[in-house]
Write a protein of this length. Structure first.
Length: 249
């Protein structure tokens, strides 16, 4: 199948010359002088490459609801084409480079959908490493595309779970171990937080939304975790917490 190219340029002589050169190299090429028509063609066709005049007036783009920030593009040796005569072999080489880079990007996104990452931390009972672990996990979760860290409250829920295990679970006992496991895929992030404390009865935790419990210091962390996570399960003993956050669509 021939690769498809769309040329959007109001300099017809250059566009026609490029069209001829690309067609001679085996590409299927369409051209237009109008950015509005170019946007219409792009939305109704599947092009491998779109070549456009970077100096098209921004007002015309904005009229059609398209901003430069919404377009992902490659700019490879573009300055070499600010001339009337160019080397056809050089042109073919640049097209080849662009198509290879595009394929790498596609392959990277496709590969990510098959990735399942498991991360396990076994650490002493102290707060000092918690925030480094939180930052690391949030970075991995965002790279998988599960959440947008700027909009999600996942950090807050994980912070509550980890700190509660240190403070209320192991009670800052440095002889006890805290275990954190994260299983991350493009569809969800699952967590296990396990301490070596005596545990607690989660059903006996006061509901902080009730007026009589509003001034009590307990219960808020559990409420935050349940509100943010899609799944929350405590072990019968209460020292093991399993949570899941599904893909935010």
């Amino acid at each position: 199948m021939k690769r498809r190219i769309l040329i959007v340029d109001d300099y017809d002589d250059l566009a026609s010359e490029l069209k001829k050169r690309f067609e001679n190299s085996g590409y299927k090429v369409e051209k237009t002088e109008s950015s509005a028509e170019g946007i219409f063609l792009e939305s109704n066709n599947d092009y491998d490459i779109i070549i456009t005049d970077l100096d098209i007036p921004s007002a015309e783009s904005l009229e059609n609801g398209v901003s430069r920030s919404s377009v992902r593009f490659f700019r490879i040796d573009a300055d070499k084409f600010n001339r009337d005569n160019f080397d056809e072999r050089e042109l073919r080489g640049i097209l080849k480079t662009i198509l290879e880079e595009k394929q790498k990007l596609i392959d990277k996104k496709q590969d990510l959908t098959k990735v399942h990452e498991r991360i396990e931390f076994i650490l002493p009972t102290c707060l000092s490493p918690i925030y480094a672990i939180l930052d690391y996990l949030m970075d991995r979760i965002e790279k998988m595309g599960v959440v947008d860290t700027q909009k999600s409250n996942l950090f807050v829920a994980l912070d509550e779970a980890f700190v509660n295990a240190v403070k209320h679970g192991n009670k800052f006992d440095i002889m006890k171990i805290l275990r954190i496991v994260a299983d991350i895929s493009p569809e969800e992030a699952r967590f296990v937080v396990e301490d070596e404390g005596d545990g607690f009865d989660v059903d006996a935790v006061p509901d902080p939304t009730l007026s009589e419990n509003m001034l009590k210091p307990t219960g808020r962390g559990v409420l935050i975790i349940k509100n943010v996570m899609d799944e929350v399960n405590y072990s019968q003993k209460g020292n093991r917490l399993e949570m899941a956050k599904r893909l935010e669509r």
